[in-house]
Design a binder for this molecule. Structure first.
Ligand SMILES: CC(=O)SCCNC(=O)CCNC(=O)[C@H](O)C(C)(C)COP(=O)(O)OP(=O)(O)OC[C@H]1O[C@@H](n2cnc3c(N)ncnc32)[C@H](O)[C@@H]1OP(=O)(O)O
Length: 512
């Protein structure tokens, strides 16, 4: 817990908070997202590994395909309680039952807009249907949470009578839903306080005003003890509150355990990959920059004390700290980066490398390990024979199987190889590996493509991070041909990794 910050605030947050993750239902409702049965099963397993209490696997009413997918999740034998969304319609409950779920989130209209204009009923009609369907679902052995849809725009007294009717009919809990993400923490606190008097209360928040997290904490302070989340905050429109943010905030600020924190990063990456919704670099907890330090003052402070510029250690959430270089770099960071690559440098040499790093950074460029090492070689007047050089590359795709051939010079000897792949880049990368044989036993840890200019004639920059043993190197290459840029970056990274690691400081000259 955060001893560094002293006293835990006296909020009425329950000692135990459960999470219902709805990535597979509300998360999948994000425009353009559709998960295959295998992807849903894979994400469900990862959520279960993280010990999420409830997994909403989908909406059984959507169609036969979705029902097959939900069945696939329910057949996994997970520890989590697996639920399906159901409208206030008996057939939806039956369809959920067909999928062998453990429970349902029964969504009934709560605001007059939803009651009258959408569903075309009355408040009394909603209470009556809720009463019948909760009793029906409970009779069939389901865990039932009633969600009053658009609850934040509903009349609080009606929401209370709906919650009371739900509990009276046997519902396990009632959920306050800020369906359109429009409300304030104060309103949330007031309404949830009233609902929590009536029975177990959950909260479902959306981020349209950027208040999803604030409203979660207002709900918890008001007595709610279950939070609906999605991984990476994906969901309808601006999305839902993010699982990883709720979990770390509960742990860090209130010492409340909800899920296994060290599973969060792997989970976030899995969901980003499956949904195609990439993680913004500045995303809390799981964004690329969340534990990356570039500015000199921060890097220097972090090198002196890990906690200097971090709220909690990255390992807590399954991550590692990164120190990178750019226009804000200082001597301490550059010296540490050089040492990491086995380069000893005098203070004067470090200062000269810092100057080069800043010049490159000023031009808006990312400063890679390869750039740093090239600056150091230049400043120290070292000539370095390349270990691996790309002499020629031919790649063909479109129509037949993508194929690529490469000609490399490896330690003075020419080597040629060709291979096929899922695309020209894959084929070329395989051909490089083939040409290098066991020498290329390096891992490709990260591969990132950026189009620098717009249009189909764009120059692309490919940045790769490769590692061999305990050495890792980041290299970028730019070219109008993405295959060429990819292979060049990979060859340059291998060239660095295969080079002898240690250099000595330049002997001080008589003039020094
Ligand atoms: C808060 C949320 O996130 S809501 C969840 C959103 N999820 C989904 O929409 C799941 C995917 N949806 C679907 O596949 C389809 O919309 C279906 C199969 C559910 C329904 O399809 P259709 O019968 O063609 O209806 P359609 O989508 O046009 O309209 C939705 C219907 O649900 C009704 N409905 C909406 N909410 C509720 C509710 N809480 N309780 C009861 N009925 C509801 C609407 O009144 C409308 O009924 P109507 O056709 O009689 O006016």
């Amino acid at each position: 817990m955060n001893e560094r910050f002293g006293k835990t605030p006296e909020l009425r947050t329950s000692d135990s908070v459960q999470l219902l993750d709805t990535t597979l239902r509300d998360g999948e409702q994000a425009p353009g997202v559709s998960l295959t049965p295998a992807q849903k099963a894979d994400i469900a397993r990862a959520l279960d590994r993280a010990e999420v209490d409830y997994i909403e696997a989908g909406s059984a009413c959507t169609g036969p395909g979705e029902r097959e997918t939900i069945k696939r999740v329910t057949s996994l034998g997970l520890d989590a309680t697996v639920t399906s969304f159901a409208r206030g319609v008996k057939n939806d409950v039956d369809l959920a039952l067909d999928c062998d779920v453990d429970g349902i989130t029964l969504v009934v209209p709560a605001s007059d807009r939803h009651v009258e204009s959408k569903v075309g009923t009355t408040r009394e009609g909603v209470v009556e249907t809720t009463d019948e369907l909760v009793a029906y679902a409970k009779d069939h052995g389901l865990w039932v949470e009633v969600i009053g849809e658009d609850g934040s725009r509903a009349a609080p007294e009606f929401l209370e009578s709906l919650a009371r009717a739900s509990h009276d009919a046997g519902a396990d809990r009632f959920c306050f839903a800020d369906t359109v993400g429009h409300t304030s923490p104060e309103h949330t606190y007031e309404v949830v306080s009233r609902l929590a008097e009536l029975g177990p209360t959950s909260t479902h928040t959306h981020d349209d005003l950027g208040l999803a997290m604030a409203n979660v904490h207002a709900s918890l302070a008001a007595g709610a003890d279950l939070v609906h989340t999605t991984v990476n905050g994906i969901g309808e429109r601006a999305g839902n509150v993010a699982l990883e943010e709720v979990a770390i905030a509960l742990d860090h600020c209130y010492d409340v355990e909800s899920v296994k924190l060290d599973e969060l990063y792997a989970l976030a990456q899995k969901v980003a990959q499956a949904t195609g919704v990439s993680l913004p670099p500045n995303k809390a907890v799981v964004g690329q920059n969340a534990f990356t330090h570039e500015s000199g003052i921060h890097t220097d402070g972090t090198l002196k004390d890990d906690a200097m510029y971090e709220p909690y250690p990255p390992e807590t959430v399954g991550r590692e700290r990164r120190l990178v270089l750019g226009k804000h770099a200082g001597r301490a960071g550059v010296k540490a980066a050089l040492e990491e690559h086995g380069v000893d440098a005098t203070d004067e040499e470090v200062a000269a490398v810092v100057e080069r790093v800043k010049e490159l950074g000023d031009r808006g460029k990312r400063v890679t390990d390869a750039d740093l090492l090239a600056f150091a070689e230049d400043v120290q007047g070292r000539e370095r024979a390349r270990q691996v050089e790309l002499l020629d590359l031919t790649a063909a795709s479109g129509g037949g199987t993508p194929t690529a051939s490469v000609r490399l010079r490896v330690e003075g000897e020419e080597r040629v190889a060709s291979d096929t792949g899922s695309g020209p880049v894959d084929a070329a990368v395989k051909a490089v590996r083939e040409a290098l044989g066991p020498d290329a036993d390096a891992q490709l840890d990260e591969y990132h493509v950026d189009a620098i200019t717009g249009g189909t004639d764009a120059v692309v920059t490919v940045e790769v991070t490769m590692s061999l043993g305990d050495r890792s190197v980041t290299v970028a290459a730019s070219h109008a041909d993405i295959t060429r840029a990819s292979v060049q970056a990979m060859v340059d990274a291998l060239d660095r990794l295969l080079a002898p690691n240690h250099t000595s400081p330049t002997p001080a000259s008589a003039d020094d």
